[in-house]
Design a binder for this molecule. Sequence first.
Ligand code: GLY
Length: 350
Amino acid sequence: MPVDNVGVAATSTIEVALGDRSYAVHIGSGVRHRLASVVARLGAERVAVVSARPAESTPETGVPTLFVPARDGEENKNLAWVEELCRKFAAFGLTRGDAVVSCGGGTTTDAVGLAAALYHRGVPVVHMPTSLLAQVDASTGGKTAVNLPAGKNLVGVYWQPSEVLCDTDYLRTLPAREWTNGYGEIARCHFIGAGDLRGLPLDEQIAASVRRKAEIVTADERDTGLRHLLNYGHTLGHALERATDFAIKHGEGVAIGTVFAGRLAHALGRIDEARMTEHLDVVSGYGLPTALPIGLAAETLIGLMRLDKKAVGGLAFVLDGPRGAELVRDVPAHVVVRTLAEMPVAALPV
Ligand code: GLY
């Protein structure tokens, strides 16, 4: 049986159009089994698979393969791990004509993508994201990065994958909070032009989120303008992650940040009350948190939000408005403080 037909139900394929660096993102049950045909298309004679899943669940690559267990998790997303990966690639004899495969969550795609970008000044990388968050966001768009003690994602490059295989079978074993993590990113798509995805089958929600991301990345690969939209809800979201020492997960922070972005846009006269309420409805409709954690001081959050990469001196948010979502710089601090004070509060999600 051709590899392409093994276990494949209805699938979607989305093209990320970037000239000679264009690639396809395949979404659906069983698409991981396309790996061998992707490796053959790339002409790779060897492959290094860095995987958070057991070796025996790695699909056929069709060529000699080095299996490296991944270290999923922010604490391992550092330059030491990237160096270790590159040393393993070298010991295996990987060349620039070969390929690297990542199989794991967003921290795996980020770190393995960076290792692939740096090794021999760049080898092709194929991402097989296994979390909902990585399928709807991290695996597409070419951002790679690792953390420094000073902050998250401070060292990285743009290195587009050669293909992305979002196998929805990987999602079956995800713990509840990992679903929340991914749905936070899907919910924010409602406000950045993906349309109303509520009620659609999961694979269609993933495909619509990736399609919108592909359009944005095609228009602004290097994050100089339009790509900021992908950070909808993220200014407060990132601050909440850091203020709670990452007890709040990324998607949870984005969910709360999306509700806050609706309130802030309304406070600034950019959207009416119905649209503000739509933010709450969409986020709560996905069963996501909508309230600030108890006990966080507004000054702490404001201080962290001033560090946001989009802010140049003042406070910057991606906000809905008459022309749709856009980056709004120099939002007055007193409006942010007042809007934070008006948010409901609740215990941390567990
Ligand atoms: N995750 C945001 C971006 O890819 O730009």
